[in-house]
Design a protein around this ligand. Structure first.
Ligand code: ZN
Length: 693
């Protein structure tokens, strides 16, 4: 399972996700997080900070695993649609050979189309799964092919003429009624027949596929430990019979899998431990045999190997692209532990009892023995397959339910990608639009990232683990309000403590006032900016959003009441300027007191299982949306014109070898252009034939 992100979601959900903190020594002022923008996409870059501090053996291991992560690219293209590899070849041949003006409207539209196809690993949108409609016409493509492209570079089928190829492929590209959806989820349709994804052969119906796998499940010898049926094959009909064409060495996608195995074997020679070597051996065995029991055995070895710094995913992993949710798209990535972030969470965990003892909640609700959790934050070193260019920021694997239940799962947040999203969002106009004044913007610029990280750490490592239920209280007594209350508890624990001198003492906050940036963005998010994720007229439903709205509105309401009774300025208020609404904080220490009071109340509600109390808090402050304010925020956001989807250009690893061919150094290099990277991958990682039957 993966956590994906949309535009600005990170700014809006700052408390959800851990980001890595980049040390000043690593920072390179010439590095640009934002790259080109086209259609609804913004290309970004990520840094691999900490790579230079790894040992040569670890760097070499990451290099080999990165090559393995790139070697399966063609598999995903073919999984996403049976014509994708041929269309990619055709488009790239036109792109590189085109001899007329590259400034013409047609060529520009053609370039945008190709860049979208590259991004989506096929001709359908990576997220919405609708087929792209080209902004150029057939005549442009026809004449470009005839005038400029050598026949040897065209994806001609056996014995096919250029005209026949165009007659075959043009409807796939241009006709909106042909293969309109990659993955159709529309209720009532035959989801297999109407999806362009290449997981089922021609003529296979949904009913046939479902029956085929139902029979397989019923015949399984050990129903408590089922394999992931159908995960690594295309289901085809041959002579009226259904058969699986398994993705393995010697089978379907064999040439790509052999290349992956080659790089895994290299990695096998430089592992950090025997356990890690055993993991790779088992994965190679799975790729050779295609046996799903071997895959489960591999998953168990992988999930239990947590010692090393370097880790990876490589294989058929997520099934979001199969309309029936069984067949897994190929993905791969290489990563290593984020030492700074891990050290941060270790410090918090080591002091878990101190935080519990000093929290403002009633002592009856406190834990006597409090243990913190050390979060696993990793640095992505290379993204491949279904993680590239659109990627996940959090990954939780394996997906097999019984393996998870009996052996656990690895849950990671990818710190350097979150960090890149945050850095790229700087200067996009969002803060200028919504933050009340220059001084507050400066505060957020300086301390925003480090405090976001810290708040997430406090939330995850301490907040969820703090407090206890009174004896006899049913843990489910808050029912539908349970998740929002639980998130509020963790958020409030983080908000209360991020302002505590203890954090400064532990060296976790840069100054005693840095917390103010988190207080401001939290209130702004809860009162205003998270509303951009809700449609006009709707109310707030998602638990994390309800929690944030509840906390922000409760605090605003109580600050207003205090001001009225005391005749003073409120600690926080909404102000209007030029028809626009802003959050203004007048008294940060008073805000902390209010967060503490609400934490005490929320913990009481949780500990006592007070359903009515939970309902009052959430329904009064966390659900309803002021429709006038909502319309204003939506319009201000729309005018910023930010790209809704983002993806990453990978770094390159440059290897130095001695006279005997041994690797003596690996360096990470940034700056490759998006089109250059895509064309290079199509050339150097062309691991499959254009047609895979
Ligand atoms: Zn949480």
């Amino acid at each position: 399972m993966t956590t994906k992100t949309l535009s600005l979601m990170l700014m809006l959900t700052a408390s959800l996700i851990t980001a890595s903190c980049q040390s000043a020594a690593d920072a390179d002022s010439s590095f640009s997080y934002n790259d080109e923008r086209f259609a609804d996409l913004q290309m970004l870059r990520y840094r691999v900070d900490g790579f230079d501090q790894l040992t040569l053996r670890q760097k070499t291991l990451i290099y080999y695993l990165s090559e393995a992560a790139l070697s399966g690219r063609d598999i995903l293209w073919d999984q996403n649609g049976r014509y994708n590899l041929r269309i990619r070849r055709l488009l790239e041949a036109v792109y590189t050979n085109y001899g007329d003006s590259r400034q013409s409207a047609n060529f520009k539209a053609f370039s945008v189309y190709l860049k979208r196809v590259w991004f989506a690993n096929g001709i359908h949108h990576h997220y919405g799964s609708d087929k792209f409609q080209p902004g150029f016409d057939e005549e442009f493509l026809r004449s470009a092919i005839e005038l400029y492209v050598p026949e040897s570079e065209l994806p001609l089928a056996e014995g096919q003429t250029v005209d026949e190829m165009m007659a075959e492929l043009f409807p796939i590209i241009f006709d909106p009624t042909v293969m309109p959806k990659r993955t159709n989820q529309a209720d009532g349709a035959d989801l297999v027949l109407t999806s362009a994804a290449n997981y089922y052969g021609e003529g296979v119906t949904q009913a046939e596929a479902e029956q085929f796998y139902l029979a397989m499940k019923e015949a399984a010898p050990d129903p408590a430990h089922p394999v992931m049926f159908g995960m690594n094959s295309r289901l085809v009909k041959e002579d009226g019979q259904l058969r699986e064409r398994v993705w393995r060495s010697g089978g379907l996608y064999g040439p790509a899998i052999d290349r992956i195995i080659y790089w895994l074997e290299q990695a096998r020679g430089v592992t950090e431990s025997d356990r890690q070597a055993a993991v790779i051996d088992k994965l190679i065995e799975f790729y050779r045999t295609g046996d799903l029991h071997t895959f489960d055995a591999y998953s168990i070895l992988w999930v239990e190997d947590t010692d090393g710094d370097v880790d990876f995913t490589n294989g058929f992993t997520e099934s979001y692209g199969d309309p029936l949710g069984m067949k897994a798209s190929w993905e791969g990535y290489a990563n290593f532990k984020d030492q700074a972030a891990t050290e941060r969470t270790r410090k918090l965990s080591a002091n878990a009892q101190w935080f519990e003892d000093h929290s403002p909640v009633d002592s009856r609700f406190k834990k006597e023995n409090c243990r913190g959790i050390t979060a696993k934050v990793i640095v992505a070193a290379m993204l491949g397959g279904d993680l590239y260019p659109s990627t996940a920021i959090g990954i939780n694997l394996p997906n097999s339910n019984w393996v998870r239940a009996e052996h656990g799962s690895k849950s990671v947040t990818i710190g350097n990608l979150t960090d890149a999203y945050n850095k790229a969002a700087r200067g996009n106009g969002f803060q200028d639009e919504f933050v009340v004044d220059a001084a507050t913007r400066q505060l957020i610029d300086t301390y925003g990232d480090v405090c976001d990280d810290l708040h997430t750490d406090l939330h995850e490592c301490l907040g969820h683990g703090s407090g206890k239920l009174l004896p006899g209280v049913d843990p489910d007594s808050l029912k539908a309000y349970g998740s929002a209350i639980e998130e509020a508890r963790a958020d409030l624990f983080g908000l209360y403590y991020i302002a505590d001198p203890k954090l400064h003492e532990l060296g976790l906050t840069p100054t005693a006032d840095a917390y103010q940036s988190q207080y401001y963005t939290y209130m702004m998010n809860g009162l205003l900016t998270q509303l951009v994720r809700i449609e006009q007229g709707a109310s707030i439903e998602e638990a994390h959003m309800r929690n944030r709205a509840m906390i922000a509105h409760w605090v605003l309401d109580h600050a207003t009441q205090q001001a009225t009774t005391q005749g003073t300025k409120p600690a926080v208020e909404l102000v209007k300027r030029g028809g626009k609404t802003y959050v203004r904080v007048n008294d940060y220490p008073a805000l902390r007191t209010l967060f503490g009071q609400l934490l005490a109340e929320v913990q009481r509600v949780k500990s006592e299982g007070d359903f009515a109390g939970a309902r009052t808090l959430i329904e009064t402050y966390g659900v309803k949306v002021d429709s006038t304010l909502h319309a204003e925020v939506l319009e201000r956001y729309r005018r910023l014109d930010l790209a809704p989807y983002k993806g990453f250009i990978n770094p390159e690893y440059v290897v130095t070898r001695d006279a005997d061919g041994n690797i003596t150094d690996v360096q990470v290099r940034y700056g490759e252009a998006y089109d250059h990277q895509m064309l290079r991958y199509s050339r150097d990682y062309a691991t499959l034939p254009l047609v895979n039957e």
